[in-house]
Design a protein around this ligand. Structure first.
Ligand code: ADP
Ligand code: MG
Length: 692
């Protein structure tokens, strides 16, 4: 409706949209990234208004957005709390409705004067005195004034960008946008329209298209668009994988040390561990760098798989680096791996920030000379400080995706040999299948889907803070029975803006109640050796209760700990809660996790606690986490590729993702130029983000 009523701030500013300075809206469009015709063509409506048909007032209900025609029976200006224009209409059936305008121009009064016929569109309200509409759009009509042929798009627009202006700009850009078909016949799933046709329809759908399919983005035109986008993402991932395949890595094929390690382990590998270890060993034997993610729930036994990979590498005469995000975790690995590998003659160097002076220089020299076969430390230390003689394998723990910069840094370590080390990433936050397929088309994924035998399931209980004293009593019982307990607090020190229980305060309180010699404290501000000392006492069962912050989130492994209390559980993310809970249930004894919350809970807070109470399956947790947070946030960092998806939704569009994934390799192989043009059209410069 071109004569749609603007809602100006005051009647004095009586300007039609067309009279506005053209540079204003254009600048507003540029701010939205709407510059080239294709940008405008891909700027899709938020929703549509149906101006293609008229309803009769007697068929309309309050709350409906309706379009109808009627004749003005009365028009008057009244001053109640403010000046307003009140217009009474009567339609051909004799039904009446009152239009109310709080802002109006003399031109409105003219169009809406008594006896005029008008077409009105807006939301119908059922007022006390009959039907009413506030600020509807309207225009004068003759009996033969045509209706719109297509639904009217309503676009996302910022301030200073009138819909009418944007509509015109998009209408003009659409035919000029380069939307010719790039994809060969048969690539696009059957039943989906050509791109130009799809976009034309989405901008101006005929009234016959079911509104629901447009709103829910399930219409074939939408599917075409999403397929295009997902295909571009798959192609660019495959391209970067191909690039990586051109790099050379040492072929690592050691066997003897692996056999000796297996013989020395106090347990037999699970079927899943065997399968995954085999996948990794196969990769290590290739001349292309491995790029593999090992995912498995907390407690699934990733460390021993890492040790086996390290053994292959070391046996082949190369060095292995094992990196953890924190010193605490690095120390845990050292203890485990040293315990397994050192008796077999492997020389291990532990290089963290707290190892200083002569000792540190000695260790760095050992790494540089190749004397140290296994180097353990934090990411930061190993990337910045350590030179290797022959780094064959880097193992990165608890990291979803090793950053681009980090990978380049590793590559430099071997630059002089023209080789790149193999890379194994380990994560306890499983990535749901759709995410793995989409973001990690360039990454191989191994999954430990089986827990070692003899674990008893963890029971999770959710209590309000009112139960805190009872919980403390329960702790006393557990301790008396020889069990060990974690108490997790969200913050280190009380800050004035939060009501969080500080670990230090809680520690003092529990020490008071249970005896100071029985309660330890672990938090991020302790020095590394202090942390290690507390952990050592807890591991040796000298301390029954450990009050800790989230520093214990990953890696900590004390099988005798059977109770965990998480205070203010509502403040933690779901993945984090699951990680924390994984610190108990690591032995044969039954374990309990108590989540204490203080209300009122937010919607997502309630969802998180419910998920924790209902499942201990890390894959199910990941799925729910994705549902609660959405994929962009799930990945936790911008370069994940999540923000590259404008149209597709990984949860809802999994079938299209499967189709795109199936088509991408052949397209790249048989139509490389079309593939390149497609990636360029969809990702442009952003494709670089997915590389490396
Ligand atoms: P995560 O995958 O969380 O890193 P860990 O590697 O720390 O798990 O293993 C958890 C515990 O299970 C450790 O105590 C480890 O020694 C033990 N473990 C690992 N594999 C097995 C197995 N096949 N049988 C019995 N215990 C195992
Ligand atoms: Mg681990």
């Amino acid at each position: 409706m071109p004569e749609a009523t603007p809602t100006p701030a005051s009647p004095a500013k009586a300007a039609k949209p067309a009279a506005a300075a053209p540079s204003g809206p254009r600048r507003a469009m540029e701010r939205l990234g709407l510059i080239r015709p294709i940008d405008l063509a891909l700027h899709l409506p938020l929703r549509y208004e149906d101006e293609t048909r008229l309803v009769r007032l007697r068929d309309a209900r309050p709350g409906d957005t309706v379009q109808f025609e009627a004749t003005v029976s009365d028009s008057r200006v009244e001053v109640r709390r403010r000046r307003q224009l009140l217009v009474s209409l009567r339609d051909d059936d004799g039904q009446t409705v009152l239009l109310r305008f709080l802002h109006f121009y003399p031109s409105h009064q003219k169009t809406l004067s008594e006896g005029r016929r008008v077409r009105v569109r807006g939301e119908l309200k059922g007022g006390l005195f009959g039907r009413e509409m506030v600020h509807p759009t309207f225009k004068a009509v003759e009996p033969d004034t045509p209706l719109a042929a297509a639904l009217t798009p309503v676009y996302p627009a910022g301030a200073g960008l009138p819909q009418a202006y944007l509509r015109k700009a998009i209408e003009a850009a659409l035919p000029r946008a380069p939307l010719h078909e790039l994809l060969p016949h048969g690539c696009v799933p059957a039943g989906l329209p050509p791109l130009r046709e799809a976009l034309t329809l989405l901008h101006h759908p005929p009234p016959s298209v079911p509104q629901q399919q447009l709103q829910e983005h399930t219409h074939p035109a939408w599917q075409r668009l999403k397929f295009e986008e997902l295909l571009a993402q798959q192609l660019s991932q495959l391209q970067s994988k191909a690039l990586r395949a051109q790099h050379r890595a040492p072929e690592l094929r050691g066997r003897g040390l692996v056999e000796r390690l297996l013989a020395a382990l106090p347990f037999a590998l699970t079927g899943a561990q065997q399968r995954v270890a085999e996948e990794i060993a196969t990769d290590l034997g290739q001349a292309q760098p491995m790029h593999r993610l090992l995912q498995g729930d907390v407690g699934s036994g990733k460390t021993v798989v890492a040790a086996l990979a390290a053994a292959v590498c070391i046996d082949a005469g190369w060095q292995c680096a094992l990196m953890a995000p924190t010193e605490l975790l690095a120390e845990q690995h050292l203890r485990k791996l040293v315990g397994w590998l050192e008796p077999l003659g492997v020389r291990v160097a532990w290089i963290t920030g707290s190892v200083k002076g002569k000792k540190r220089e000695g260790l760095l020299a050992d790494a540089a000379s190749g004397e140290a076969q296994l180097v353990v430390g934090t990411h930061a230390v190993i990337e910045d400080k350590v030179q290797f003689d022959r780094l064959g394998l880097a193992i990165v723990d608890e990291q979803h995706r090793f950053g681009v910069a980090q990978r380049l840094a590793l590559r430099r370590k071997l630059a002089e040999r023209g080789l790149e080390p193999h890379l194994l990433m380990m994560s306890a936050t499983p990535i749901p299948r759709t995410l793995a397929m989409s973001y990690y088309a360039d990454l191989d994924v191994s999954t430990l889907d089986e827990l070692p035998p003899g674990r008893s399931p963890i029971v999770t209980k959710v209590f309000g803070m009112g139960k805190r004293d009872e919980v403390i009593e329960r702790i006393a019982h557990e301790i008396d029975a020889g069990k060990q307990v974690y108490w997790v607090c969200p913050l280190i020190e009380e800050s004035e803006e939060s009501d969080l229980q500080a670990a230090t305060v809680t520690h003092a309180e529990l020490a008071d109640l249970l005896g100071p010699e029985r309660v330890g404290l672990l938090h991020g501000r302790l020095k590394a050796d202090e942390k290690a000392a507390v952990m050592a006492r807890f591991s040796a069962n000298e301390l029954p209760l450990l009050v800790a912050t989230t520093v214990i989130e990953v890696g900590v492994d004390v099988p005798n700990a059977t109770l965990m209390v998480i205070e203010h559980a509502e403040r933690f993310g779901l993945a984090q809660l699951h990680q924390l809970r994984g610190r108990v249930g690591r032995g044969a004894q039954a374990s309990v996790c108590v989540l204490l919350y203080s209300g009122p809970l937010s919607e997502s807070g309630r969802e998180r606690l419910k998920a924790m109470a209902e499942t201990t399956d890390g894959f199910e947790i990941a799925r729910r986490d994705l549902a609660i947070r959405g994929p962009g946030e799930f990945m936790g960092h911008r370069q994940s590729g999540a923000d590259l998806l404008r149209f597709a939704d990984l949860q809802d569009d999994a079938p299209l993702l499967v189709a795109a994934r199936a088509q991408a390799p052949a397209l790249l192989r048989e139509h490389p130029q079309a593939a390149q043009a497609h990636v360029q059209r969809w990702l442009g410069g952003k494709a670089e983000l997915l590389k490396a």
